[in-house]
Design a protein around this ligand. Structure first.
Ligand SMILES: *Cc1c(COP(=O)(O)O)cnc(C)c1O
Length: 365
């Protein structure tokens, strides 16, 4: 069988070393003689693991001591509801910066719980992030919401916007732990694990303590950050295995050299793909403005800016024959999308780029 290279957007590739550890620990966790899968969430074993994983998050992101680290269920979309449920009560209104599918969905969910102000003019072509000077921010907003990396459209913030003291809330599902960030600039950071740091089931939430204790009375306890924090993320049975996998991935990141190393690799990998696109004389086309191009998800078209279904299908088929899989663009936008998360190696990206070059050559006569 040909070696598989997984460029999927999520659930995405996990590091091979982490699989080895999981296999090793699967049926006898931490010397207990049983699997974590059948261990009580009230056990000392789990409590120790829960603490260990909070600690690695704190170290990697240098999380200040006035922030809580929480593990929640319900995925990224669970937090689309949790954010307004926990935060909108202060003024009843929130600012949403819609730069792609995911922030759009988050804004729509938030409307159930309060007034949503759209900071940017509505569009369905998401190809960049308008300059902050053009944003229509409401000084009365309870918070400003952004998605730092739009997984479907490949639009990534290259800096943290200044929200003039209004708490900044960021969905980092697809670029969390891809680089260092200044956590103190954010009120809340969250990310579903299944893109860059683990498997589906757990969402990592980092929240500044002064933003707790203001959830709407209708907020379900399992989405309530204050209740979760009080219970050290063991309110009910947590998605323990997903939390464990995330922990092992984060420890792998630390062993590999931490977030500076991840950032260096992300720049290297994404540059290889963007360079191949730029040097193709328009055969490959990347729709996103250069300063907003994602280092994690790279969408591109083939043949023309609108794409060419026949060529794109043929490309995907050829790539698959070489073991390059899950490269199909999101069903909403079509085309091709290469996700170059932490676990994807430079060698794998080089294999993809070679495949792109060969395909172009075949079609340039
Ligand atoms: C995948 C994704 C989500 C949704 O995550 P689910 O866990 O499927 O709910 C939200 N935001 C971003 C940026 C994503 O990439």
């Amino acid at each position: 069988m040909v070696k598989i290279h997984n460029f999927g957007a999520g659930p995405a590739k996990l590091p091979e070393e982490v699989y080895d550890i999981i296999k090793d620990e699967l049926t006898n966790f931490d010397g207990t003689g049983i699997s974590l899968l059948e261990t009580s969430h009230r056990s000392q074993t789990y409590f120790k693991l829960n603490t260990e994983i909070q600690d690695v998050v704190r170290r990697l992101l240098n999380v200040p001591s006035n922030y809580k680290i929480l593990f929640l269920a319900g995925g990224g979309q669970g937090q689309f509801a949790a954010v307004p449920l926990n935060l909108i009560s202060r003024t009843g209104t929130a600012d949403y910066v819609v730069t792609g599918t995911w922030s759009d969905k988050a804004a729509k969910e938030a409307k159930k719980y309060g007034k949503v102000n759209l900071v940017l003019p509505p569009t369905d072509r998401f190809t960049g992030i308008p300059d902050v000077s053009t944003w229509k921010l409401d000084p009365n907003a309870s918070y400003v919401y952004i998605c730092t990396n739009e997984t479907v459209h490949g639009v990534e913030f290259d800096s943290i916007p200044d929200t003039k003291g209004v708490p900044l809330v960021a969905d980092m599902s697809s670029n969390i732990m891809s680089k260092k960030i200044d956590v103190s600039k954010f009120g809340v950071i969250y990310g579903g694990a299944q893109k860059n740091i683990g498997t589906a089931g757990v969402t990592l939430v980092i929240v500044r303590e002064d933003l707790l204790n203001q959830a709407l009375p209708i907020c379900p306890s399992i989405l309530d950050w204050t209740v979760t924090a009080k219970n050290d993320s063991i309110l009910n049975t947590p998605p323990m295995f997903a939390i464990y996998v995330m922990g092992r991935v984060l420890q792998w990141i630390e062993r590999k050299g931490g977030l500076d190393k991840m950032a260096e690799m992300a720049t290297k990998k994404s540059s290889l793909v963007y360079k191949a696109i730029e040097e193709s004389n328009g055969f490959y086309y990347a729709p996103v403005a250069k300063n907003s191009r994602s280092k994690m998800n790279i969408p591109f078209r083939i043949g023309s800016p609108e794409g060419n279904d026949v060529l794109e299908k043929e490309f995907l088929k050829g790539a698959e024959a070489r073991g390059l899989i899950q490269l199909k663009g999101h069903r909403m936008v079509g085309g091709i999308r290469a996700s170059t998360y932490n676990a994807v190696t430079v060698e794998e990206v080089e294999t993809l780029v070679n495949s792109m070059k060969d395909f172009h050559k075949q079609h340039s006569k």
